[in-house]
Design a binder for this molecule. Structure first.
Ligand SMILES: C=CC1=C(C)c2cc3[nH]c(cc4nc(cc5[nH]c(cc1n2)c(C)c5CCC(=O)O)C(CCC(=O)O)=C4C)c(C)c3C=C
Ligand SMILES: [Fe+2]
Ligand SMILES: [Fe+2]
Length: 340
């Protein structure tokens, strides 16, 4: 028997194919800087076993009984301070990064964006790319340093979507790029540009990475090593007389021991030991967000100045800077090789 289109189910529509999709993914953010939205976002984020690695039965009692009744109000205040006309900085910048990549790889390549928690969700965006005819998709978690709590959970989420597809697109994932010359070139250029534009010359440049529970390092997560390697390679490039480069970890959460030294403690100890002029940059964040714009630029400033510091600046993340977009295009193009 010869199979022809008439043997297909009545609802079968011919599938467009042959296109390539690129999905940029970042962490996720609330829909609004209000406690109810923050609560919804944190409930999803902090229920991810890749993020909180203690048994869910115990954790859900703590999360729903205490944390989700206290933290959303406090976090919503932080989000209010950095919210823009277009929404949360993290979402706006990620959207702009995707828009800035569109058209750079030719007509057959669509570039879109998603958030691991909240919207636009990874499954919705993968549906969209597939429906538009993408049979090859490059999934790009925008985390230079690999971490189970960030990179792996993006791949987990996409894998759950793949599991439901009868006809799966081919998927590639962007590897960590913590020691990639393209990334280091972009950071070196963008940090140098911003340091030269400051009204003061910092004595200390603090490289602040997002923290993680120390236990994850002992369990073999490469995140800490990746941060240290980025810091070492970037430090070598930025080294100049009169500038000391230090590394720290920010955004401590909960009571467990986190990676050290902590950024807030470092800002205070630097000021107390006499550092007057300090600049901070967060090389691990692909886009500015509440953690850089509020925790570093507002809280961090207060901590440093109250402890005796005199001049303080937080540099922008790569965001949609020329150096950042050039890097993004180059690392994506490399991962698309053989497809375009
Ligand atoms: C145990 C809790 C957390 C872990 C582990 C964690 C890891 C982690 N996070 C980022 C990047 C971002 N985190 C952001 C916000 C944020 N992070 C946590 C907690 C953990 N993060 C919370 C509770 C929040 C929300 C804000 C708050 O209430 O303090 C953000 C910004 C999101 C935004 O909306 O702007 C980013 C980005 C990394 C890279 C990482 C592990 C390496
Ligand atoms: Fe975080
Ligand atoms: Fe924070």
């Amino acid at each position: 028997m010869t199979w022809t289109a008439q043997h297909l189910p009545a609802d079968h529509t011919p599938v467009k194919s042959g296109r390539i999709g690129v999905l940029l993914v970042n962490l996720g953010t609330p829909e609004a800087p209000e406690p109810a939205s923050v609560k919804k976002y944190l409930a999803e984020f902090l229920s991810d076993p890749r993020v909180i690695e203690i048994p869910q039965a115990i954790w859900q009692v703590i999360l729903r009984g205490i944390i989700l009744n206290v933290r959303p109000r406090k976090s919503a205040e932080a989000y209010k301070k950095v919210w823009t006309d277009r929404g949360s900085p993290l979402a706006v910048i990620t959207q702009d990064q995707a828009a800035g990549m569109a058209g750079r790889f030719g007509d057959g390549v669509m570039v879109d964006w998603a958030m691991r928690y909240g919207n636009p969700s990874i499954p919705d965006q993968l549906d969209k790319l597939k429906e538009a005819g993408c049979d090859r998709i490059l999934l790009a978690p925008l985390y230079p340093q690999y971490c189970g709590a960030t990179t792996a959970t993006v791949v987990d989420k996409a894998s759950r979507w793949l599991k439901k597809q009868r006809w799966q697109p081919a998927i590639r994932t962007l590897p960590p790029y913590h020691d990639d010359a393209l990334y280091l070139d972009a950071l070196e250029a963008d940090i140098t540009r911003q340091l030269e534009a400051l009204e003061f010359e910092p004595e200390v440049l603090l490289l602040s990475f997002h923290g993680m529970p120390e236990r994850t390092l002992l369990l073999g997560d490469p995140y800490h090593c990746h941060c240290q390697k980025t810091a070492r390679l970037l430090g070598e490039r930025l080294a100049k007389p009169g500038l000391r480069i230090e590394t720290s970890f920010q955004s401590r959460f909960g009571n467990a021991k986190w990676l050290e030294p902590a950024t807030d403690d470092t800002l205070v100890s630097e000021a107390e030991k006499g550092t007057k002029r300090l600049a901070v940059v967060a090389p691990g964040f692909a886009a500015d967000c509440v953690e850089t714009l509020e925790e570093l630029a507002i809280e961090g400033r207060d901590e440093f100045l109250e402890a005796g510091g005199k001049q303080f600046a937080v540099l922008s993340c790569l965001n949609t800077s020329q150096a950042g977009m050039h890097m993004l295009e180059a690392i994506l193009r490399r991962e698309l090789s053989g497809w375009i």
